[in-house]
Each structure stands twice: as structure tokens, then as C-alpha cells.
Ligand binder design. Structure first.
Ligand code: 5GP
Length: 112
């Protein structure tokens, strides 16, 4: 069974997060310790697996979905340069074992 993480608690509304976008598939919120003017985290609302290392034939579409949602978000925000990162495993810098995509940009969001 997958361990409950801080991101499960954000998704369940148990702890607050600065949400910037949400639809039926994805939640996008600000990283609490930003490493760039825009530093967001994207998580799937439907399927939780701990890490890219746990992807299977059945769940592999989550990664593509997160990347595509990041691309759509950037287009809506008019952000044309950004980095997308998955940290994989403890030695890959991963701290939260709820699969998430980092979105970093030197450009700020429109409302900031
Ligand atoms: P990882 O290293 O696992 O890929 O990244 C986890 C990220 O989650 C880190 O950049 C960290 O700053 C962020 N983070 C950890 N706890 C919280 C939290 O409670 N709220 C938010 N918004 N971000 C968090």
C-alpha cells in the first residue's frame, strides 16, 4: 500500500497549499520552498504512485499527462521558458513519495 504523504493531505484539503490550477486530472500548486521565481508542483488527482521508478505499463500515462498539463499551463500563463524535473528516488533528490513534476521558470506568474 502507498504511504500517505504531505501531497495526499494537500489533495484531501487537510493542509493548505497555494493552488494555481486544478481540473479533474491534475492539481498544480506552488512549492513551499521555491528555487526559482516560479516553482510549481504538478500531481495527478486520479492515480498516486510513489515515483517515476514505480511506473508500470498500466500507469505510464501519468508522466505524459503531467508533462502535457505543464505545457498547457505555461501556454496559458505566457511562460515560454521553463524546466520540468522529476526527482527519482532518495539518491535522486526525491523527498516526497507521491509522483510529482517540478515546473521551474525565471518568469513570474501573471498575477505576481
Ligand atoms: P522532491 O524533492 O520530492 O522532488 O520535491 C518535493 C518538493 O515538495 C520540495 O521542493 C519541497 O519544497 C516541496 N514541499 C514539501 N512539503 C511541502 C508542503 O507542505 N507544501 C508545498 N507546497 N510544498 C512542499
Amino acid at each position: 500500500m502507498t504511504e500517505t504523504t504531505i501531497f495526499h493531505r494537500i489533495l484531501d484539503g487537510e493542509i493548505p497549499a497555494d493552488k494555481v490550477y486544478e481540473d479533474e486530472e491534475v492539481l498544480i500548486f506552488k512549492d513551499i520552498h521555491p528555487k526559482a521565481p516560479t516553482h510549481l508542483l504538478l500531481i495527478s488527482k486520479q492515480e498516486c504512485i510513489p515515483s517515476i521508478a514505480d511506473l508500470t505499463e498500466e500507469t505510464k500515462d501519468i508522466a505524459g499527462m503531467l508533462i502535457y498539463k505543464a505545457k498547457e499551463f505555461a501556454e496559458r500563463e505566457g511562460i515560454d521558458g521553463y524546466q520540468l524535473k522529476f526527482h527519482v528516488g532518495k539518491s535522486g533528490g526525491q523527498e516526497v513519495f507521491y509522483l510529482h513534476l517540478h515546473f521551474l521558470s525565471q518568469q513570474a506568474l501573471r498575477d505576481e
